[in-house]
Design a binder for this molecule. Structure first.
Ligand code: FE
Length: 337
């Protein structure tokens, strides 16, 4: 190498170093899985030059933020459901964000009024019924699941699980505690078996004839159809979008929050905004069969094939107020035992 090319290499190298040392980075703690998040992050880095360092974990990230306190390196918390966002706010490890882009891209019911959390994807909580055995008198509302005509036909997971707690909380928010308690205990009376397993396990139980009706998040249909061992489970049921004639189908979100400690706040907000862009939203929709929160983006072809539906527009913030009541109610009616 001659002197001139060495100097050129040195300048190139310094250039590269100065980009990095200017702290053009953002640190993410993610409950969402790598297969979903990594392609979006790579594209963000390519377009902005901002490096993203991600810690993936299934549990404990809110606790970790709390114990790290103001020294936490994390800028963003990505969650796969609303309850973890709420837990982060309750643990006082988030800070509010004001962004015209986020406000334009996310309907108001799917973000905190104070900017403490933002929904990124949506899922519908569906009723599924056996194609073969439920040819008549199908339920059309969540409330129908308490009707004695369905005695011995229903399978659900634990009423203490966050998806079920959120659904019960939404019934309380709309109809009050007394109505919700009657509903939950009526549904318990109709159970074919003790609550167990995850959402997919309920569909499996229908395919195996253990029960005829279940409640699941919409994206699991996509996941089961993509898994050779589970395709038959998915194909054994029809989907029902509940409460179309009244308040609409209950929705839940995955989302993001800016941490209180965020050392790279500006870059973090850029990444938050990117996550709501058409490109990122299309990726979430196509890879995980979730509904984009950005209403300008279409769901995957599979999800579109289920048709349009009315969803419950009561804000998640309002519904969340009743989560503790909902969880207690599950114990009061002895749902899981
Ligand atoms: Fe899930």
């Amino acid at each position: 190498m001659n002197i001139r090319s060495t100097a050129a290499a040195l300048i190139l190298c310094l250039g590269a170093v100065s980009t990095v040392s200017a702290a053009e980075s953002v640190n993410v703690y993610s409950y969402r899985q790598p297969f979903l998040i990594e392609p979006i992050i790579e594209s963000f880095t390519k377009q902005t030059g901002i490096e993203v360092n991600t810690v993936f974990a299934k549990k404990g990230l809110v606790e970790r933020l709390k114990s790290e306190g103001k020294n936490s390196p994390a800028d963003l918390l990505l969650t796969s459901n609303f309850s973890n966002l709420q837990a982060a706010v309750a643990a006082d490890v988030t800070q509010p964000v004001s962004s015209e882009i986020l406000e334009a891209n996310i309907p108001s019911e799917f973000r905190a009024p104070d900017g403490m959390w933002f929904g990124l994807t949506n899922r519908a909580r569906l009723i599924v019924v056996s194609k073969d055995r439920m040819t008549q008198a199908r339920p059309t509302r969540y409330e129908d699941l308490a009707n004695p005509v369905y005695k011995g036909k229903i399978c659900t997971r634990s009423a203490k699980h966050s998806y079920m707690v959120a659904l019960t909380a939404s019934v309380i928010a709309h109809s009050g505690s007394d109505t919700a308690r009657d509903w939950l205990s009526g549904m318990k009376e109709n159970l074919a078996r003790k609550p167990q397993g995850n959402d997919r396990a309920q569909v499996k139980a229908i395919s195996e004839g253990e029960c005829d009706i279940a409640i699941i998040n919409s994206y699991y249909m996509g996941a089961m159809l993509a898994d050779k061992e589970q395709t038959a489970w998915a194909n054994s049921v029809d989907l029902i979008f509940p409460n179309q004639a009244d308040r609409g189908t209950h929705m839940n979100i995955s989302g993001v929050a800016l941490t209180k400690s965020a050392p790279n706040k500006d870059n973090a907000i850029k990444l938050m905004e990117f996550l709501t862009s058409a490109e990122a939203q299309q990726h979430y929709a196509d890879v995980n069969h979730e509904y984009p929160v950005n209403q300008s983006v279409k769901p995957s072809a599979l999800v579109q094939s289920w048709g349009e539906f009315t969803y419950d527009t009561l804000s998640l913030e309002q519904i969340a107020k009743f989560r503790n009541d909902a969880s207690r109610m599950a114990d009061e009616v002895n749902y899981d035992n």
